[in-house]
Write a protein that binds this ligand. Structure first.
Ligand code: 2NE
Length: 272
């Protein structure tokens, strides 16, 4: 059972499953097929931050309210000349920051997709680690139809997932693909009847939660590393430092400094 938790939000819901280690972030704009505004994105960032800092959370589900849409991308009614315009009258493309936040979150993020995942909403599911789709899900990029594109992760991750020819097809023709096609293309991990979507997603989360959080954390950064260049290496390297700080060797360095003596690393085995 889900309980409301975390930061005060308006366009997004934040829930935790009691005693499960699962947080759920829901875009709550069903009347617009869960299109995002700058505010929606800022709220998703705050929710992700809360999930990251929460030691009880091991997996995050990202979804949209209702079964009509996961997310239909940027809200075109607030699109201005230089991005999407928020209440502060500033134009932003802050969804790109959100994509990076999902990518770098050291916990798996699972996209739970019912209905349309299109435009910037399609990119959002692609940057998640796992996608579970309902049988009514529809996937596609609409940018070229509405005078927009995502030439960042929207292209590079897609090409890795579906291959260069298919990626060009998806972007240049801006067609929609149903859940079964998306499964065959490697865009999603599983397709289930819409009524079973949440239960199946939770099953996947529970299975991940049984496994070593550190192994999953390092593996996520390792799987990102090559594609994300310096930023990918930084993520992987941050995990090495995190683990090293917990070792006797790391602790001896810190202690010796504080005690004003030379460090004694003589007991550290020179491993092959
Ligand atoms: C998603 C889709 C295919 C759904 O179609 P349908 O027939 O199920 O619903 P309908 O009637 O089109 O939508 C329901 C209401 O939601 C609004 C619609 O205007 C409609 O409003 P009312 O008539 O009831 O007042 N709505 C839906 N999507 C919206 C959106 N993105 N912005 C504003 N209002 C939206 C169909 O609705 C559709 O094709 N939507 C547009 C998809 C789209 O082009 N998204 C933007 C892509 S660009 C982008 O996301 C992006 C990027 O490329 C780069 C960086 C950042 C963002």
């Amino acid at each position: 059972s889900w309980v409301g938790d975390g930061p005060e939000l308006e366009e997004v819901l934040y829930h935790k499953a009691l005693g499960e280690g699962i947080a759920k972030i829901t875009i709550n704009r069903a009347h617009k097929r869960n299109a995002f505004t700058p505010r929606t994105v800022t709220e998703m960032q705050r929710a992700l931050s809360a999930a990251r800092d929460d030691k009880d959370v091991g997996v995050v589900i990202l979804t949209g309210q209702g079964t009509d849409a996961f997310c239909s991308g940027g809200d075109q009614s607030v699109r201005g000349k230089h991005g999407y315009v928020g209440q502060d009258n500033i134009a932003r493309l802050n969804v790109l920051d959100l994509q990076m936040q999902i990518r770098r979150l050291p916990k798996p993020v699972v996209a739970m997709v019912a209905g349309y995942a299109v435009g910037g909403g399609h990119v959002l599911h692609m940057v998640c680690d796992i996608t579970i789709a309902a049988d009514n899900a529809m996937f596609g990029q609409t940018g070229p139809k509405v005078g927009s594109f995502d030439a960042g992760y929207g292209c590079s991750i897609m090409a890795r997932l579906v291959g260069q020819k298919r990626a060009r097809e998806m972007w240049f023709l801006a067609r929609f693909y149903d859940a079964q096609q998306a499964l065959e293309m490697g865009l999603v991990n599983a397709v289930v009847p819409v009524a079973e979507l949440e239960m199946e997603t939770i099953k996947w989360c529970r299975q991940m939660l049984k496994n070593s959080p550190t192994a999953i954390r390092v593996l996520k950064s390792a799987l990102n590393a090559v594609e994300d260049g310096h930023a990918g290496l930084q993520e992987l390297a941050g995990n090495a430092t995190l683990l090293f700080y917990g070792s006797e060797e790391g602790e001896e360095g810190r202690k010796s400094y504080l005690e004003g003596r030379q460090p004694n690393f003589s007991k550290v085995p020179r491993l092959p």
